[in-house]
Design a protein around this ligand. Sequence first.
Ligand SMILES: Nc1ncnc2c1ncn2[C@@H]1O[C@H](COP(=O)(O)OP(=O)(O)O)[C@@H](O)[C@H]1O
Ligand SMILES: [Mg+2]
Length: 297
Amino acid sequence: MSRGYKDITGDGGSNIVTQVGEQVARLKQRMEQVRHKIAILSGKGGVGKSVITANLACLLADRGYRVGALDVDFSGPSLAKMLGVHGQHLKIGSDGVLPASGIFGLKVMSLDLLLPREESPVTWKGPAESTSVWQGTTEATVLRELLSDTDWGKLDFLLLDLPSGTERLPTVAQFLPNLSGAIIVTIPSEISYFVVRKSVTLVKEIGMTIVGLVENMAGYHCQSCGTVGELFGTSYRGEETARLLEVPFLGQIPFDSRLAECTDSGKPFILEHRDSVVTSALRGITDNIETFLEESK
Ligand SMILES: Nc1ncnc2c1ncn2[C@@H]1O[C@H](COP(=O)(O)OP(=O)(O)O)[C@@H](O)[C@H]1O
Ligand SMILES: [Mg+2]
């Protein structure tokens, strides 16, 4: 019989098997304190996953929930900036790393908060880690550390902002087997449908629950005349996409340049523009998420 990883008696003194085992146990213990873990994903880049994560986090916190937001986009972390905590220095508390603290007491964790300089990219040390096989392993380790070494405390929601592509999905499913579900973001275009459909297939294959589909950039909201016009075209709209993919439809958010401005400056759009079409759309989506979670109890 061949020897397994755990049968190796000496590991050069690093005691890595015990360390990883302890970390996995800590992750489980921490995540037991979080009622709902929700991943926001698409497969497609630039469709608004991060901006939607940031705004849903604000809305949920505004409703009195204890909310954490974790940036799982390691190569293009943007959540800390969007939530106005970019530049905060992380501190070590008695029970782990204290996440950055944002508006409404939001707890935010992102690799961006660990980078030494404004312009620093995220790099993995050594040439071995930067090859694709090792990079996947390294990124899984980083995710495990961010979940287990952060002192999240008791939370009602932990929102995970996923990167584009589908590579990170199996890792998230592995570390968070009791994820409440995934929110999938699309925009009304054939190319988005083409990519998002693949993500939905994978999400279903790995047995992740789907909370529903959000259509972003669903038309252009003109602030001067107040009307919403088409942005990309009339085909591949969210509701129809949700029907074709057999997933619930959570709602549609129009394009509003003020949302991009707030996102860039880290101001909460839902407070700056309480009466806008976008805020009411986000409120409707949050209502649907709450209903979904209530019904799936
Ligand atoms: N509905 C919207 N109206 C205006 N700008 C938007 C909207 N949704 C996203 N954006 C902008 O589009 C860009 C990409 O959004 P982002 O959330 O970073 O996408 P992703 O995380 O999917 O890559 C950002 O600059 C964001 O502010
Ligand atoms: Mg993003």
